[in-house]
Write a new protein. Structure first.
Length: 158
């Protein structure tokens, strides 16, 4: 199964493509309104990211126009967490504004977020654990793998 999220203004929509190992796998009928399940975004949305963890949860992260990150998820049974969780309240506030954000699953049922700060050099990372807890502070990616060789214009995760 693959899950897809689209943004129109400050509303997110979700759909699912079922797997049947063929070219004609069925799709969910229509786009579901994510905000009807979890509530309005806490502020206007600037960026979105999503990924499914190895337990089958779809995680959605929004970066708002005020530079804060919020998270929600859709469980494998189709039910939704009914709120937007404040990522900064869990992992701390980065030292400066976010330039870009990306997210992706870990192979251990975790969900991970990477941010590039507005300085164009500092890359930070946090983890949402399978039990719903978060890494207590943003980790420095640069401290582990060094600085990027240039100024990135996009981040993606997988």
């Amino acid at each position: 199964m693959s899950q897809w999220v689209a943004r129109i203004g400050d509303t997110l929509y979700h759909t699912v493509r079922m797997d049947n190992r063929g070219d004609n796998a069925p799709w969910q009928h229509g786009w579901g309104d994510v905000m009807a399940q979890v509530g309005k975004a806490p502020a206007p949305i600037a960026q979105i990211g999503c990924g499914a963890d190895t337990a089958g949860n779809l995680h959605i992260v929004i970066c708002t126009s005020i530079g804060k990150l919020f998270h929600t998820l859709r469980k494998p049974d189709g039910s939704w967490q009914n709120f937007w969780g404040d990522v900064f309240a869990q992992s701390g506030t980065p030292p400066e504004a976010i330039g870009y954000m990306a997210c992706g699953p870990g192979t251990d049922k975790t969900f991970q977020i990477m941010i590039l700060l507005a300085d164009g050099k500092t890359v930070l990372h946090t983890v949402r654990n399978a039990d719903g807890s978060w890494q207590k502070a943003w980790g420095s990616v640069n401290g582990h793998v060094g600085n990027l060789p240039g100024s990135p214009v996009e981040l993606v995760g997988a």
